[in-house]
Design a protein around this ligand. Structure first.
Ligand code: 13P
Length: 239
């Protein structure tokens, strides 16, 4: 299982350090072998996490250069970062990243050998059009993306489920993950209002290999609880 915490623009450097101390101790005390990834803000990146991967929520697809306000490869290398989130719904719909820029980021960081958590997911109006519109929308979000990239993780995050407390039904998650599985052998995460109360049921579904958690992962104790739930499921799911 793969359990990820996306902090978005939350937590200071000091708060992140306190958080990491809790999560790292939990992972070692419980001999967790699942992959745990934390995506803090840039200002809280750290060298050498003990047993948890640190990734970035975004970066610009160049080594360095005249890109005011951006962080590029050279700055990530200084922190030993090799994991990146690309295509997150907030970057697509709030910041306005196009599929062209997103696929350029994908190509660049794939060439650099990064582990890429690639996010897809539909807005509410598309979901309301039915399942073929939904899959076509996701298909377009995969344009220019190499779904056979060996270090790929795909996260399905419906836009309307992010930060709203709403989630698709378990059956819908399973159907969409089944359709994604037909397109890629990459691990598939679900994201969108995952919390302690629903993580187990979601992670238990076929073709769900983990979760990408926003608000509920801001509590280190809740995040550890979800890591424990994933670990318990390994035996049940035969992983
Ligand atoms: P929430 O868990 O707050 O819904 O956010 C999900 C998300 O966007 C993770 O990347």
């Amino acid at each position: 299982m793969i359990i990820c915490a996306n902090f978005k623009a939350n937590k200071t450097r000091q708060e992140t350090q306190a958080y990491m101390a809790v999560v790292e101790s939990f992972v070692s005390a419980n001999d967790i072998s699942d992959t745990v990834i934390v995506f803090p803000p840039f200002t809280a990146l750290e060298h050498d996490p003990r047993n948890v991967l640190i990734g970035v929520q975004n970066a610009y697809p160049v080594r360095n250069g005249a890109y005011t306000g951006e962080i590029a490869l050279e700055q990530l290398e200084e922190f030993g970062i090799k994991t990146i989130l690309i295509g997150h719904s907030e970057r697509r719909h709030v910041i306005g990243e196009t599929q062209e820029l997103i696929s350029e980021k994908f190509r660049f960081f794939a060439e650099q050998g990064f582990a890429i958590v690639y996010c897809v997911g539909e807005p509410l109006e598309i979901r309301e059009e039915g399942s073929s519109a939904l899959m076509e929308y996701i298909e377009r979000q995969c344009e220019g993306i190499d779904l056979s990239y060996p270090d790929l993780i795909v996260a399905y995050e419906p836009v309307w489920a992010i930060g709203t407390g709403l989630t698709p039904s378990l059956r819908d998650i399973e159907l969409i993950h089944g359709a994604l599985r037909a397109k890629t052998s990459a691990p598939l995460l679900y994201g969108g209002s995952v919390k302690v109360e629903n993580a187990h049921d979601i992670m238990k579904l076929d073709n769900v290999d983990g979760v990408l958690v926003g608000s509920a992962a801001l509590s280190a104790n809740d995040f550890c609880d979800m890591i424990a739930q994933a670990t318990e499921l390994n035996t049940e799911k035969g992983e």
